[in-house]
Design a protein around this ligand. Structure first.
Ligand SMILES: [Zn+2]
Length: 151
C-alpha cells in the first residue's frame, strides 16, 4: 500500500486525448478479444473477414462481399424479365468466379446506358446473372438466390 491512488489523481485530471480515447478503446478491445477466440479452438471460423459468395449448384467461389457496389443508389435490385419472372440481383464490381458469354445487347436493359451479356458460373456454367458494361466501366448483377455464403 504505497498510496497509488493518490498518484492516479493527476493522471485522471490530465485528459488531452479525450477525443481519441473512444477510437483507441474500440481497437484495443477488439485486439484483446482475439486471443480468447483463438484459445477456444479453430481460429476465424465464425468471424472470417473473407467470406465469399459461392455458387449454390457447385460451390465455386463467385464473388466477395467486399466487391458489392451500389447502382442507382442500391446494391440490390428487383426486376421482372420479359417473361414476368422476378429476379433479385446484387451488384458486384467484379465476380472472380464468373465468365461472360453472348454478344452485348441493350435489349430489355435494366440499367440505362448499359449493355449486358450473360454471366455464368465458372464451375458449372449455370447462368448466375448478367455482366453490364458501358463506356465508363461495368459490373456484375448476380441473382441472389443462386449465391450462397461460403467460408
Ligand atoms: Zn456453379
Amino acid at each position: 500500500m504505497t498510496g497509488f491512488g493518490l498518484h492516479t489523481g493527476p493522471a485522471c485530471d490530465k485528459r488531452p486525448l479525450g477525443p481519441l480515447a473512444p477510437v483507441r478503446a474500440k481497437r484495443s478491445g477488439a485486439e484483446a478479444a482475439l486471443p480468447e477466440s483463438r484459445g477456444d479452438g479453430k481460429p476465424g471460423a465464425e468471424e472470417s473477414p473473407d467470406r465469399r459468395f459461392v455458387c449454390v449448384f457447385c460451390g465455386r467461389v463467385i464473388a466477395s462481399p467486399h466487391d458489392i457496389i451500389e447502382m442507382n443508389g442500391s446494391s440490390v435490385h428487383e426486376f421482372f424479365n420479359p417473361e414476368g419472372a422476378l429476379f433479385r440481383i446484387c451488384c458486384f464490381s467484379r465476380a472472380e468466379g464468373c465468365f461472360v458469354s453472348g454478344d452485348p445487347t441493350r435489349a430489355h436493359a435494366w440499367f440505362g446506358g448499359y449493355s449486358w451479356r450473360y454471366a455464368h458460373c465458372g464451375g458449372c456454367a449455370v447462368q448466375l446473372g448478367w455482366r453490364y458494361d458501358s463506356g465508363a466501366g461495368g459490373f456484375f448483377g448476380l441473382i441472389l438466390k443462386y449465391l450462397a455464403e461460403g467460408l
